[in-house]
Design a protein around this ligand. Sequence first.
Ligand code: GDP
Length: 311
Amino acid sequence: MSGRIVVLTGGVGGAKLVLGLMQVCPPEDITAIVNTGDDFRHLGLAISPDIDTLLYTLSGRANAAQGWGREGETWSFMDALKSLDGEDWFLLGDGDMALHVLRSHMLASGETLSAATARFATAWDLGLKILPMSDDAVATHVSTDAGDLPFQRYFVEQRCAPAVRAIRFEGAEQAYPAPGVIEAISDPATRAIVIAPSNPWLSVDPILAVPGIREALAARKAPVVAVSPIVGGQAVKGPTAKLMGELGLGVTNQAIAAHYEGVIDALLVDVRDAGEGLDIPHAVTDTLMKTLDDRARVARAALDLAERIAG
Ligand code: GDP
């Protein structure tokens, strides 16, 4: 079956599914809309963690065991920085630095984040379209029992330890969707919109907070399917389950479905949680993506569910 596939994604969990989609449909048919709420300035550099995770994962450059950064990375820059008493809570490998320097240079020359991202995707021959959710700055902040924290301070420096009370996306109200985002969602040729199993509160909500994106999703013709980040009553990695508890929610697919109410038509859930009793359309499969075959299987199951919904 042909047609365009749109996927909303954060970093690690999302990139696994996007890689799966690339195994089951032509990359040229795929448009990934990526969270940029984690983006920040560090040592003067523009860093876009979720876009970078996608670029590294899809090009085979990611350090999968570590869960961030590049495979075979070297650390001369970081060693030199430490010797100068530079801030060292955020690690920047030498190869990773090349991306941040080039992106920062392009932005300083008046180019957009979209243009920088497209340049990297083209340089690495990825085939698919990778669109930031917005070219405008949107910054996720978490208010925690340890005070208000910009996202990377919470996520990297504090390792998600503080209890989260609320989350906000600074700048979202003034932001515009990046070129191509609304068009992709509304394109009559789009046959499925998939929300990756990224953290719904920290990775997908920032995308939905950009004015126009939620509205376009509400008005779209294509079926919208989310892949649940819950596997066996837990999150596979990261703070999703802890965060759900702190927000007073059970770590259940019901809570995920309720969170996406009005946005999704159906939810793909893991076989370990199948007995939960969901009252929205859903399908069940093993959603744990360890191998490339797993990624392809989950991608295919999400597209099959979308096709079922479309009737
Ligand atoms: P980040 O932006 O790098 O933190 O990553 P994401 O937000 O894209 O993904 C984090 C979420 O992905 C977590 O909630 C995990 O539960 C989920 N996740 C990671 N791997 C898998 C997997 O193999 N299967 C499923 N269903 N969810 C996964």
